[in-house]
Design a protein around this ligand. Sequence first.
Ligand SMILES: *Cc1c(COP(=O)(O)O)cnc(C)c1O
Length: 412
Amino acid sequence: MFSYSQNDLYCEEVPLADLARRAGTPAYVYSSRSILASYRAYDEAFDALPHSVCYAVKANSSLAVLGLLAKAGAGFDIVSGGELFRVIRAGGDPSKVVFSGVGKTAAEVEYALANGIHSFNCESAAELALIDAMAARRGVKAGFAIRVNPDVDASTHPYISTGLSRHKFGIAIAEAAAVYDHARSFPNLVAEGVSCHIGSQILDPSPILEAVDKVLELAASLRAQGYPISHLDLGGGLGIAYHAGEQAPPIRGFIESLHQRLRESGLTIMVEPGRSIVGPAGVLLTRVLYRKKNGHKEFIVVDAAMNDLIRPALYHAHHEIIPLRKNPLPPVTADVVGPVCETGDFLARDRQMANAMPGDFLAVCAAGAYGFVQSSNYNSRPRAPEVLVEGGTYRVIRPRETYEDLVRGETT
Ligand SMILES: *Cc1c(COP(=O)(O)O)cnc(C)c1O
């Protein structure tokens, strides 16, 4: 949904340089068409299998993005009470919400029960006891799945790999049966599912297939023992192309490769994709402030910084950086850095890229996931606006913060 026409970069039918001049920079821009196409790729690839695509809210929790997906029929995977609040505010259906995360608080469990969410993905026996007690207080039954840790290596960045036994996530698959057994003593819990999520930015889906086989086996054995298991939640984690020329696994092909084994199980299949739905749909627009040289090193100083997009600093993530208008100059090798006072404040290092001059606009690509949601006010920088493109039009879905916003609620 981002492509050049002549020398100008467009998002759908909107020329991004015009948008950048009107909305100012830095600014996040999302393509609604791209978000919906990825959601539908999941939804349609399941074909006739009973399924639920629960978008992982943490990847991009903008109300407008959640609203688009809610209208398209999506469920949601949440990891906090705040995310549930957003889903409800955006018009999402709480009965299609699954609540994941290793540290749910009593207040969050209460809030989720009060809103009738679909189920809890539980990560410890202690959490089961808490949910049972809260459900008893409300006089309701709470559905749960145990998030099992299948002990497979997702071979992704260590900070976003979660499926090995040394990680804090889930319950070791070998111990899961005992925890389901223990949960029988909780009268207000219903063992409805088995879940797993082995990591993020997974480019080779074979570890996911390995995990699926393991959780299918567990679900079958639990069913044979009389547990009312009706769904299997396979988590999210499908990767996207961050490097030019990189091939991400196609969503449809990936889901279709699971069909046979899933159909035989007779279970409702849930997935929790985040990055693969919103990642490719977003860019961060920025303007070149200065060019400078230290010794032989070239720097392109831009108005976006690590407070706007922390992925390069936090994960050494690569994002392609391309001009909104191509110029005829030969490419340059440079560091792209922001104004924040940290050496870690870079968007690219030693990057061969367009020879952008002060005043030129650049797009930091594939920034729709884990971008704005991880932004901060560090260095007292107001957060960037978010803009949603729909065909030939666009609207600001969150305005740029002001200096007043920076100090809201503070006292001297
Ligand atoms: C983060 C997360 C997801 C989404 O992962 P993506 O890599 O963005 O698809 C899904 N499920 C759980 C439990 C998560 O923590």
